[in-house]
Design a protein. Structure first.
Length: 306
């Protein structure tokens, strides 16, 4: 086994150009989605292999044994030698295949990843940035309650953070309409102040613990709302406007837990039109994380949990 310098990043299908722009030409590419680099920080990826290494092996059993000696959970990311990679995977502990209910407490066990470069060489990392296999998490969806599927990225953010609102906690949902996030928070028993210039779906507005304020959330001052346990924001806006608003909330000390979507604007897959600077300002906020969730689209999620 030989350690590799830097990290390996698994690109997001359709957003490879965003990762390439972040890397600035300083990378080596394997297959269509794997990039290795020493450049940091990097956000536009589906999964990061944090401690990569390569292994040379003579047999499938030898390869599987080497991986088992380094960790329990391994997800393949194959771009060649598909059958050989599948046979190696079959000799490793199985990964959960079923969709997950929400909420559940994510275990602390690291998730590893591996890929074959040829029939006798693999690259791997026993520890990855995403706790989900290949960065992918599928939930048991509710087809009737929520008015949109936007709640899935909220679920993913909360499970990843290993914390979510408790019954009775006070939450602000900025940009709430039609109410997907408000629905998810209400299901947890939280008290939700839903703010938007557009109305909530009527069935969401009637949920217990939900109050609606027709307003531009960004013109509300923290003191207008008061003490919160959580602030959630999925507003479609330019990132600098969101950053300015969040700065006011941080300075106020009236909220400790934040989950916000940073909409990149511009056309999907057009890195030259995207704002790469403002997300880095979010990432620099102490105690926070900036990630691309599996359920995100042309957007990143900023999460600050106390």
């Amino acid at each position: 086994m030989t350690s590799l310098p830097g990290r390996i990043y698994q690109a997001i299908s359709g957003f490879e150009d965003h990762l390439i722009k972040e890397l600035g030409g300083n990378y080596e590419k394997w297959g269509s989605l794997l990039y290795t680099t020493s450049r940091e920080p990097v956000f536009w990826h589906q999964n990061a292999w944090l401690d990569p290494f390569n292994i040379e092996f003579d047999s499938i059993n030898e390869a599987a044994s080497a991986l088992r000696s380094l960790g329990r959970n391994w997800a393949p990311c194959l771009f060649t030698q598909y059958r050989r990679g599948s046979l190696i995977q079959s000799k490793l502990p199985p990964l959960p295949a079923k969709r997950r209910p929400f909420p559940w407490l994510l275990p602390d066990t690291p998730m590893g990843a591996f890929a074959l470069l040829d029939a006798n060489t693999m690259i791997a990392s026993a520890n990855c940035s995403s706790p989900f296999p290949g960065g992918i998490i599928e939930f048991e969806e509710d087809k009737e309650g929520p008015p949109s599927r936007a709640y899935l990225k909220l679920w993913e953010a909360l499970v990843t953070s290993r914390k979510w609102p408790l019954a009775g906690e006070r939450c602000l949902d900025a940009g709430a309409s039609p109410g997907g996030w408000t629905w998810a928070l209400s299901k947890l028993g939280a008290e939700v102040i839903a703010v938007d210039r557009a109305p909530l779906d009527p069935k969401i507005a009637l949920l217990e613990g939900v109050s609606f304020l027709k307003h531009d959330a960004f013109t509300l001052k923290p003191e207008d709302i008061g003490k919160l346990d959580w602030l959630f924001c999925d507003v479609i806006c330019y990132p600098p406007r969101l950053y300015d608003w969040i700065e006011k909330w941080l300075a106020s000390g009236l909220c400790n837990n934040f989950v916000c979507t940073i909409k990149m604007q511009g056309n999907v897959g057009a890195a030259k039109e995207a704002d790469f600077e403002t997300p880095r300002l979010f990432a620099a906020i102490p105690g926070s994380a900036l990630i691309h969730l599996w359920h995100n689209k042309h957007e990143l999620s900023w999460i600050k949990i106390q």
